[in-house]
Design a protein around this ligand. Structure first.
Ligand SMILES: *Cc1c(COP(=O)(O)O)cnc(C)c1O
Length: 488
């Protein structure tokens, strides 16, 4: 019997492969033009209302030619980029990305392996990259790790292991009610907000987060930490974890790692390091000693989309005790059974080490980038950013109308324009206006923060495109704009 001839099977592959191939080449050309001319472009421009309207239209019911779709992208999206690919982007802490990293993401997306389980090359690349991360951080080879979407996920992953590893209470099985009293976590007032969010999500609650005060350099006060631990113990609470930050998001401050480690050991607490921004500063010889104790931490979270400059998104959690790591997450339902052979053979499933099941092939951009440049080049790049931040601080110190608002640590420089006879409120408005004009004129993008009541321009540099001369320009433009403002 003959099968009835199908009318036409549907597919999402292109009707015209040659056209799509040509479009792909065009996209790559456009990206390369963009990167190569980025220095001459405005760092940011406001989004016109017409564009916002276009990006508010309802779902298309019928399709469009891919070339037209790409034209829409070029008209409505591409020109209004955030700017963190630009050499003078210094807002928040955001990496630049690299051409090969981008191409790696294209390849990863084209191969499209769900990198969580099974016998295929991506699993081995992922494992190798996690091993390279351990080597970057000088973690023992028996430690475990997982690549996640970023620092926030990396931190909550580590804190979940810390919580589940607490005592003999079987918290994973029985929940927090298994603990005889409230578990308490310690960090500083300068700790990133994701630590508090993580504590809330893993069931500790905001009240269980002790935010210890900081010294003049914005580093956690160790004496206060110890006093707080003792006071909590005396009230029958259960201190379980100290979070030290290597590179705070505000000022790049480094908590006293050795002391935090010693206190954690003394009281039997889990020592976690949030190195989302600054753990990689270990590669700069000027910082390696101060960050040495990271190597002894029970867990470490750090971002690769910040100071390894790879495109978004990817962060890493490392856990010293691989067994505890696996015990916090491993679960094997019937549909995820592993085999000793075939497609379901191979390495331990990655979802035994974190919450996410489906995972992209984000390891590839790190793998290709580390092979392209090698560890030594990254060490020099990170050191270069740190020297640029110090150079900017020198320029600020040399200028009579500018002042630093925090000591420079790592690659963050905080400063502001000052004016004799102007009060704090006027200085806040002056510096805010300088910041907004810098951004709106497309010159440079610092961000702002408030340090000890002082409104501050904040220049955070994890930018692989920045040159020393960008710091000269930044300072001269701040001064130019500032001097053009007489009343506010
Ligand atoms: C950026 C940052 C985070 C959050 O990381 P994401 O990658 O943005 O999720 C946490 N802690 C510190 C210190 C950071 O700098």
């Amino acid at each position: 019997m003959e099968n009835p001839k199908p009318k036409k099977d549907l597919t999402l592959d292109p009707e015209n492969w040659d056209q799509m191939r040509e479009l792909g080449h065009q996209m790559i050309d456009d990206l390369f033009d963009y990167w190569q001319s980025i220095r001459d472009q405005k760092i940011w421009k406001p989004i016109p209302a017409e564009v916002k309207d276009f990006l508010d239209q309802p779902i298309p019911e019928t399709g469009q030619d891919p070339n037209e779709v790409y034209e829409d992208f070029k008209k409505y999206i591409f020109p209004y980029n955030k700017g963190n690919v630009h050499p003078r982007f210094f807002a928040w802490i955001q990496g630049t990305g690299t051409p090969l990293g981008t191409l790696a993401d294209l390849l990863a997306s084209g191969m499209n392996p769900n990198t969580t389980i099974g016998e295929h090359a991506a699993m081995y690349v992922d494992r190798q990259v996690v091993n390279w991360c351990k080597q970057l951080m000088n973690f023992p080879s028996e430690a475990s790790g997982i690549l996640v979407s970023g620092g926030s996920m990396a931190n909550i992953t580590a804190l979940t292991v810390a919580r589940n590893s607490f005592g003999e209470e079987k918290i994973r099985q029985r929940g927090l009610k298994a603990a005889s009293a409230q578990l308490v976590l310690y960090c500083s007032v300068e700790t990133h907000s994701c630590i508090q969010k993580a504590a809330e999500i893993i069931g500790l609650g905001t009240d269980a987060v002790r935010k210890i005060g900081v010294n003049d350099r914005f580093e956690m006060k160790v004496n206060e930490l110890e006093t707080q631990i003792q006071s909590d113990l005396s009230q029958g609470l259960l201190p379980f974890c100290v979070v030290g930050t290597s590179g705070t998001v505000n000022t790049g401050a480094i908590d006293p790692m050795e002391e935090l480690l010693a206190i954690s050991r003394k009281y039997g607490l889990w020592f976690h390091v949030d190195g989302a921004y600054g753990a990689l500063a270990k590669l700069d010889p000027n910082y390696s000693e101060r960050l040495k104790a990271i190597e002894a931490a029970d867990s470490l979270a750090f971002d690769l989309h910040k100071w390894l400059y790879v495109p978004y998104e990817v962060g890493c959690t490392l856990i010293r005790d691989a067994k505890k790591h696996r015990e916090a997450f491993a679960i094997t339902p019937n549909y995820l059974l592993q085999e000793s052979r075939g497609l379901s053979g191979g390495l331990d499933s990655i979802n035994n080490y974190g919450f996410e099941l489906s995972r992209g092939f984000k390891a590839l951009k790190i793998w290709m980038s580390l092979k392209e440049h090698g560890r030594e080049k990254y060490a020099k790049m990170i050191a270069q950013n740190n020297r640029q931040a110090e150079y900017l601080a020198d320029l600020v110190n040399q200028h009579p109308d500018l002042e630093l608002t925090a000591p420079v640590s790592m690659s963050i420089t905080c400063f502001r324009m000052k004016r004799a006879d102007w009060d704090e409120d006027q200085l806040r408005r002056l510096n805010r206006e300088i910041l907004l004009r810098l951004q709106e004129e497309g010159i440079a993008s610092p961000s702002s923060t408030i340090l000890k009541g002082k409104y501050t321009l904040r220049v955070a540099n994890v930018n692989q495109r920045t040159r020393m001369k960008d710091m000269d320009l930044l300072v001269s433009e701040v001064v130019r704009i500032g001097h053009s403002i007489h009343t506010i």
